[in-house]
Design a protein around this ligand. Structure first.
Ligand code: ACO
Ligand code: OAA
Ligand code: MG
Length: 291
């Protein structure tokens, strides 16, 4: 079944309380962060804490990621090595700017998998695109390795690299968002939208999440448990959408039995792509436990 990645909750890896409590909020995915949420002084101790947490806790219903430090920093390679040894199977690589960045991680993972005696390709990669250069190279990044399960957008760093500020309306992000969605779709992987830093601005957050779904993102990174419910309700098909999708599928099945490829349902044309979209709604609904 398709894994839902509606929410990816960032959890700073130096915070034992949050590390322990994160699954209680039922995000689809948790990203333990060793990069920007962790000061230079704490990089090693946070990694040690996360290694212990990965060995100790069962995060049964959440898909677990770690945002490691970029491989060109003094911490990145050790992050990957130690965490994979402790059981990590999904690496979120920040500052993915070129296909080389992904390929370097791929080579390192292959080495580690060999050392650990696990199958090559076990560990997956989510490439975080958060610079102008990364956005330009999104298409190459998305297909740089067979380990790719998705690419994500990081708007805080992205606005820094284009010399802009992040606005509530987000016009400055539109082109990058579209490019990331297109690159992911062409590669057949998920696109994950960026965080919204203003935890108090529920209205702005909801509008941004709505827009992310419309653009084609599979989900959104979040920084606070309060943001999870909103994203889940937006990225889960509504009852009406599911009902309509099931009717579309059943109508086309009846039509096919009569030798017809196109029909009308409630005055609207139903043909191949519309049926495919209805099937996607049903898949998402099943993933969310609605069917
Ligand atoms: C641009 C980027 O790089 S974004 C990615 C890096 N940033 C991060 O990882 C930040 C993640 N988020 C956080 O650290 C926090 O939400 C903050 C610092 C923004 C706010 O934290 P707080 O002021 O403690 O929030 P608040 O008081 O509302 O928290 C309420 C409860 O939710 C918990 N909580 C808050 N955020 C999280 C989280 N991300 N994961 C798990 N639990 C959380 C708190 O521990 C607290 O629990 P408690 O009641 O048991 O003490
Ligand atoms: O990946 C994200 O959503 C958060 C991030 O690092 C950024 O916005 O720079
Ligand atoms: Mg960033």
């Amino acid at each position: 079944m398709k894994k839902l990645r509606r929410t990816m909750l960032f959890v700073p890896a130096n915070n034992p309380n949050m590390i322990m409590n994160a699954p209680v909020f039922k995000p689809d995915c948790i990203i333990f962060d060793l990069e920007d949420a962790i000061s230079l002084k704490e990089k090693d101790s946070a990694r040690d804490l996360l290694v212990e947490a990965l060995k100790t806790f069962e995060y049964c219903n959440c898909e677990i990621f770690a945002r490691v430090n970029p491989l060109y920093t003094p911490f990145g390679k050790d992050d990957v090595r130690e965490l994979v040894k402790a059981g990590l199977r999904n690496v979120r690589l920040p500052m993915s700017e070129t296909d080389e960045d992904i390929k370097n991680l791929d080579v390192l993972l292959t080495e580690i998998e060999k050392d650990l005696g696990i199958d090559r390709g076990t560990v997956k990669i989510l490439g975080a695109i958060e610079t102008a250069k990364g956005v330009i190279n999104a298409e190459k990044i998305a297909v740089a390795s067979s380990r790719m399960l998705g690419i994500s957008f990081g708007a805080e760093d992205f606005t820094r690299t284009i010399g802009s500020e992040r606005s509530r309306e987000g016009e400055e992000l539109f082109v990058a968002r579209c490019k990331i969605v297109l690159a992911a779709a062409a590669a057949g992987i998920d696109a994950i939208d960026t965080v919204y830093a203003d935890i108090e601005d529920e209205e702005g957050f909801e509008r941004e999440a709505q827009s992310a779904r419309k653009l084609g993102f599979a989900g959104k990174s979040v920084i606070h448990p309060r943001q999870i419910g909103v994203v889940h309700s937006i990225f889960t098909p509504s009852k009406e959408e599911v009902y309509r999708a099931l009717r579309v599928i059943s109508a086309i099945q009846e039509a096919e039995a009569k030798g017809l490829g196109v029909i009308a349902l409630d005055g609207k044309m139903i043909d191949g792509p519309i049926v495919d979209k209805a099937e996607r709604i049903v898949t998402l609904a099943k993933g969310a436990g609605l069917l």
